[in-house]
Design a protein around this ligand. Structure first.
Ligand code: SF4
Length: 472
């Protein structure tokens, strides 16, 4: 669809109407588009996300309504098509749909097992460089950015970045403490293009045990404040061996649904960063349990929840579960290094002396995208914990070096245990994939209606040509 004043007015008008019709009528209206997504669990997620936005719409502040509709539905999903096609025609691959930037690795907390604690604490990534990365990304149709760290709100100039790029949507992972300290909730809602996702480890006991006393109550107060101001916000929870079951319990999900979260993100603890500990990872059996619980909770709850590892069919991109290497995203660190993924902390290039496109075409990124073609099971997506040999191959043959201090462990000392872990999980994931995903797809049942993952939906809305380009 062309980006014109009329199409923007139409989009806003249609959203206003959609917010007031019954859910069932709304779902039947969006069904033709949702059916373009291949997997039923991914369709469940998108339906939940759209319905949750629809339900919350009435309480949202005018700026949030305007920015969310124009920037996400408009710029990222509808109007980006031309830029995506131009990029694909020129470079021979589809551009990523989002940028992840860590503007700082400084943090007010000292959480055990933090994945980023060994990064250098100096912020090489200045305002102008962040501005350039986002500007370059938009040329390729990337209107969605994830900001992480460190604690992003330590950087006072980040609000200026969000303001300057008011045609984008920013999802910001935060512990919340600096939002409270600097009274930023009102500014966040007034800008309208920021979705803070607050990190929790469970309830108060588990969150404060890892993050420090009082952090959970700070997050609760901020959620309440953002809610009363008309903002959108979510939670993010990292699963470890200790909290894996708790964070997918009915009590936990119901609690954050009642808090009116817009979205809930789950991450698997990864043996990287500060004191990497494979023993802290959920076991393969626990990981499987979490995935099954999340799929089943999506059938019975209103809160859209998604797991970065267990939901390759949902969070993936271009028909692949792994987003690394520019398939779905890339990660620019505060030091300027560009990692293929937040959790694959090896680099060959710095954004300080290269453009985004040069890095997307680098041997490191190209090889990662090539190797992803081998992963036919979207339940085993990860080159760190599911396919550690791929990571070793990629690092060895491209000369990539660690982006964090130390940092070689995933390709050296931890290698044998990661191999064991991957083999154990493969025993669970292979039959599950063959019986519940691959089989139905091949026999042409309703499991295989469209193409691609829910992640593709971000650029696919109204774009049938893109659908044809997807690998499945
Ligand atoms: S490397 Fe692992 S963590 Fe990174 S995008 Fe791929 S699957 Fe996800």
């Amino acid at each position: 669809m062309k980006d014109t004043k009329l199409s923007r007015t139409l989009l806003q008008g249609l959203t206003n109407v959609a917010a007031h019709i019954p859910d069932s009528m709304f779902l039947s209206m969006v069904k033709p588009q949702v059916d373009l997504i291949q997997y039923p669990d991914a369709r469940d997620f998108i339906n939940l996300l759209l319905l949750n936005f629809k339900r919350q719409y009435k309480r949202l502040a005018p700026a949030v309504k305007k920015r969310f509709v124009e920037n996400l539905f408009g710029n990222a999903m509808l109007f980006a098509s031309e830029k995506i096609h131009a990029f694909t025609d020129t470079y021979g691959f589809i551009p990523p749909s989002l940028t992840v930037i860590s503007p700082t690795f400084r943090c007010n907390l000292k959480c055990y097992g933090c994945y980023s604690a060994n990064y250098a604490q100096d912020d090489v990534l200045d305002f102008n460089t962040i501005d350039r990365i986002l500007t370059e990304g938009k040329q390729y149709g990337m209107y969605f950015a994830v900001i992480t760290g460190g604690e992003p709100f330590i950087r006072r100039d980040m609000m200026k970045i969000f303001e300057k790029h008011n045609d984008m949507i920013f999802q910001v992972y935060t512990n919340g403490v600096y939002i409270e300290r600097d009274n930023l909730a009102k500014d966040i809602v007034n800008l309208g293009n920021i979705i803070p996702c607050f990190s929790v480890e469970g309830f108060e006991e588990q969150t404060d045990a890892r993050r420090g006393k009082g952090v959970f109550q700070t997050v609760m107060a901020l959620m309440d404040e953002l809610n009363s101001l008309g903002g959108l916000y979510g939670f993010s929870a990292t699963a470890t061996k200790e909290n894996n079951e708790l964070i997918v319990s009915d009590e936990f999900v119901d609690f954050f649904e009642q808090k009116e979260c817009f979205v809930g993100w789950y991450f698997n603890y990864m043996p990287i960063g500060r004191s990497p500990a494979i023993d802290l990872m959920p076991t393969p059996q626990q990981r499987h349990f979490r995935g099954e619980r999340i799929r089943s909770l999506r059938k019975t709850r209103q809160l859209p929840i998604v797991d970065f590892w267990m939901d390759g069919t949902v969070a993936g991109s271009q028909g692949h579960a792994c987003l690394a290497g520019g398939r779905g995203y890339f990660h620019v660190t505060a030091s300027g290094h560009v990692d293929p993924c937040v959790f694959v902390q090896y680099h060959t290039d710095s954004i300080m002396d290269k453009k985004v496109i040069d890095i997307l075409r680098s041997p490191l990124f190209t090889m990662i995208r090539k190797r992803q073609e081998e992963y036919t099971n979207l339940l085993r997506p990860c080159m760190v914990i599911d396919r550690p040999q791929v990571l070793r191959d990629v690092v060895a043959s491209t000369g990539a070096v660690p982006s964090q201090g130390g940092g070689w462990e995933t390709v050296t000392t931890l290698g044998p245990r990661l191999d064991d872990y991957a083999r154990e999980y493969e025993k669970i994931a292979t039959p599950l994939w063959d019986n519940e995903y691959k089989g139905p797809k091949e026999t042409g049942t309703e499991h295989h209606i469209g193409n691609g993952t829910a992640g593709d939906y971000i650029n696919m809305f109204g774009d049938k040509v893109k659908k044809k380009m997807l690998h499945t």
